[in-house]
Design a protein around this ligand. Structure first.
Ligand code: NCD
Length: 353
């Protein structure tokens, strides 16, 4: 693996190795304090973040490396109109690994075309968030002993929730996983995710009610309604508060079911759930730091490329998705890929035509 843009970049064996390393770090973090000594991580956060930003920073510091970057794009040259390509060309001259979060879908993929060092996608709009998935899989494996064969309920904003998209992507690498997709119809998973599940024979059931399916689940993955992705504020008002997990609802759940959440929570999990032993979202955030340590130990130690390959110069957006990075960075190459047999933008997965 050179970059982590999408969970599909990892083969199953690579995930197993990453998990094995994360597990060793959890068991004995002191052994890893010099693994990234002398290495520097650039942290480019064009969008708000607490957990992901802090967990990457602490991960690098705990490996003996250092960190620079910004958490507010107003303090970067993007505010002066610099292109993403130029920012990445420059930053990849300073750093050994680049971690980036953006509101634009496909931006990390775009950055990887021009970077001399590995790029990690720490969230690109409502598209993907693969390192959250490393936290999620580490949590399931540590606490349930496996991922194969689990029945997983994904609840909330499945349209805009990038953590959900990355988690679904990852499950193609495991056996016998079954999804219950719990959302209002207007916040159901995007079509490219349905195509992915069909193509990879991942069974899924789409429902609007949480309570009826709770007894069947091994994992209930709650998510926040992603307010910042709504074009129409009235639509947000209609959808907010639609699912609230309470202690009473948990009465019907399996005794060992995990309640997970990428956080931040708004109101979708009542505070009284926090003390239930099944509520593991704060442990999940901590496992995320260890999983990111395992990832950085690998990527920050890769040799830098002296030159990147010449990239075709584009002239217009690749797709119609208004949040796609190719809408603003027109020089990006017109890359297309197949999703379930349909032509899609290789940056944001948006359907073409
Ligand atoms: C998630 C994100 O940013 O997509 N948070 C995180 O990374 N821990 C989920 C969210 O913001 O709802």
């Amino acid at each position: 693996m050179r970059h982590l843009i999408d969970f599909g970049d990892l083969r199953r064996e690579e995930w197993d190795e990453l998990y094995a390393r994360a597990s060793e770090i959890i068991d004995d973090p002191g052994r890893f304090i010099d693994v990234c000594r002398g290495k520097v991580m650039a942290s480019l956060f064009y969008e708000p973040s607490t957990r992901t930003n802090f967990s990457f920073q602490t991960a690098m510091l705990r490996l003996g490396g250092s960190v620079f970057g910004f958490a507010d794009p107003k303090s970067s040259s993007a505010a002066k109109g610099e292109s993403l390509k130029d920012t990445i060309k420059m930053v990849s001259g300073y750093a050994d690994v680049i971690v980036m979060r953006t509101p634009w879908e496909g931006a990390a993929k775009a950055a990887s075309l021009y970077s001399n060092v590995p790029v990690v996608n720490a969230g690109d709009g409502g598209h993907m968030h693969p390192t959250q998935t490393t936290a999620d899989l580490t949590t399931m494996t540590r606490l349930l002993g496996r991922v194969d064969g689990l029945s997983i309920g994904l609840c909330g904003d499945l349209k805009n929730g990038r953590t959900v998209h990355s988690l679904i992507k990852a499950m193609e690498k495991f056996r016998g996983v079954r999804f219950f997709l719990i959302s209002p119809r207007e916040l159901a998973v995007p079509e490219y995710m349905r195509a992915f599940m069909r193509e990879n024979h991942l069974p899924y059931t789409e429902v609007t009610g949480l309570e009826a399916v709770i007894p069947q689940l091994d994992v209930l993955y709650m998510t926040r309604i992603q307010r910042e992705r709504f074009v129409d504020p009235l639509e947000y008002e209609r959808c907010k508060g639609i699912y609230v997990l309470t202690r009473r609802k948990l009465d019907r759940a399996k005794e060992r079911m995990l309640v997970m959440h990428p956080l931040p929570r708004v109101d979708e999990i009542a505070v009284d759930v926090d003390d239930d032993p099944r509520a593991v979202y704060f442990d999940q955030a901590r496992y995320g730091m260890f999983a990111r340590m395992a990832l950085l130990a690998d990527l920050a130690n890769q040799p830098r490329l002296d030159r990147t390959e010449a990239v075709e110069i584009g002239t217009k957006p690749v797709c119609h998705n208004p949040r796609c990075i190719t809408q603003t960075e027109h020089y990006l190459p017109p890359l297309v890929k197949k999703n379930g047999g349909v032509d899609c933008c290789a940056f944001c997965d948006g359907a073409l035509g």
